[in-house]
Design a protein around this ligand. Structure first.
Ligand code: FAD
Ligand code: NAP
Length: 343
């Protein structure tokens, strides 16, 4: 392990924000993590600096200032089938494995369940954090259990799906246990026989366009990859962290009132009789799509994505996000919540 001081995090966050870490190191085993976390805790207590921050692929993070403390990057490797039963395979994955590489590995092995989640940036260890989701599938649908290092108790703890408290882009790691655990391993329960979910968005249309007559998990994954590449800004070209806000949920009553005022409003059934609104639509209607101030902007194709055109500061992106929130609240009476982790 090489410990670096005053280390630039620019290449380590998909927004491409210039921010530095007082100390930075990667780790590839739980033992290395334990050592670094121990050093970081002592340093924090003696110097009254910010707590340890764990980084995966940096694709769901906004740095608003230099980090006066430790940043450690999870690179724990490994993808291994550890068990199977009549219908499932159980696959244990090191938290540092790239998510899309894992998806491709499962497809090569004919293990079904991750195909709709193709091309989501970042690492496997962060996937339970916000119960990643796309095209009608969420991590919780294929999750079996995980292991996480408790920073205070210095022990490895197992979490079942129920323990993780998964919700819409939520888990206990984002709320109740924020900054308390480092996820080291995730175990997935994947299907031997695919259960296709192609009713969502443009998947069916994309499969037809590609002339697919026999449905396979590879065909679904390829379709999702093509749709995503056509719609979403590539962080390698324009800095971004995907959806900046979560899609808000409103009561059925509130939705009816909104629909009376704007008949073209988009809503989808959500849990507990609520209606999920497309935050991107609300932001677009409020006039922000394509807006740019300096190098901070609201993407021209997908208003839910805030972008860094080059040299935007994290604080400028945050300030833009606050203006968007205020304007949506004023126009629709709907509160947007930030999905990206702001530090
Ligand atoms: P990071 O950004 O490194 O970290 C995110 C948070 O998790 C931070 O708070 C960090 O401290 C914490 N963390 C990271 N690793 C660990 C760990 N091992 N243990 C404990 N805490 C940890 N998300 C979706 O849900 N669906 C999508 O379809 C989707 N599409 C995206 C498209 C684009 C173009 C981009 C840029 C992002 C997209 N995202 C999407 C958001 C992002 O890719 C996911 O949230 C992803 O899981 C983040 O992984 P990461 O490794 O980059 O996490
Ligand atoms: P889209 O297909 O244009 O749809 C816009 C929004 O409407 C989405 O946010 C989606 O909610 C909702 N939606 C669409 N069809 C739906 C249906 N049949 N049932 C329920 N909800 C529906 O969205 P997009 O921007 O191109 O993204 C496609 C998928 O990738 C979405 O699932 C999105 O969440 C995911 N994605 C996530 C991020 C991120 O950073 N979190 C970034 C890019 C893409 P949901 O978001 O709840 O699915």
């Amino acid at each position: 392990m090489q410990i670096q001081e005053n280390f630039s995090l620019r290449k380590y966050n998909s927004f491409g924000i210039e921010a530095s870490a007082r100390f930075f190191s990667t780790f590839s085993t739980t033992e290395e993590l334990a050592m670094l976390a121990g050093d970081a805790t002592v340093f924090q207590e003696n110097n009254n600096v910010e707590p340890l921050l764990v980084l995966g692929g940096g694709s769901n993070i906004l740095f608003t200032h230099d980090r006066n403390g430790w940043v450690i990057k999870n690179e724990i490797p490994g993808i291994e089938k550890i068990n199977e039963d009549e219908n499932h395979v159980y696959v244990a994955v090191g938290a540092g494995e790239n998510w899309h590489k894992l998806v491709l590995h499962t497809i090569e092995n004919n293990w079904a369940g991750l195909e709709n989640l193709s091309l989501i940036p970042g690492n496997t260890g962060a996937s339970p954090m916000q119960n990643i989701g796309a095209y009608g599938v969420e991590l919780k649908d294929v999750f079996f259990e995980l292991e996480a290092w408790h920073l205070q108790d210095k022990t490895l703890v197992k979490f079942s799906a129920a323990d993780c408290g998964f919700g819409y882009r939520e888990s206990v790691f984002k709320n109740k246990y924020r900054n308390q655990f480092v996820i080291t391993k995730v175990v997935f329960r994947l299907n031997k026989t695919p259960q296709f979910n192609i009713s969502y968005g443009a998947i069916k249309e994309e499969l037809e366009k590609a002339g697919v007559t026999t449905l396979t998990i590879k065909a679904v994954s390829d379709a999702v990859v093509r749709i995503r590449q056509s719609k979403l800004p590539d962080p390698a070209v324009i800095g971004n962290a995907g959806s900046f806000f979560k899609n808000p949920e409103v009561t059925a009553e509130q939705f009816e009132q909104l629909r009376n005022a704007c008949p073209s409003i988009v809503g989808y059934p959500a849990s507990l009789g609520k209606v999920k609104l497309a935050a991107g639509w609300l932001i677009e209607q409020a006039g922000w799509k394509g807006f740019r101030v300096g190098d901070a902007g609201c993407h021209a194709k997908q208003a839910l994505v805030l972008v860094n055109y080059g040299a935007a500061k994290g604080s400028e992106i945050l300030s833009l996000s606050e203006k968007i929130k205020a304007s949506v609240a004023e126009k629709f009476g709907v509160v947007l919540h930030t999905e990206v982790n702001v530090f």
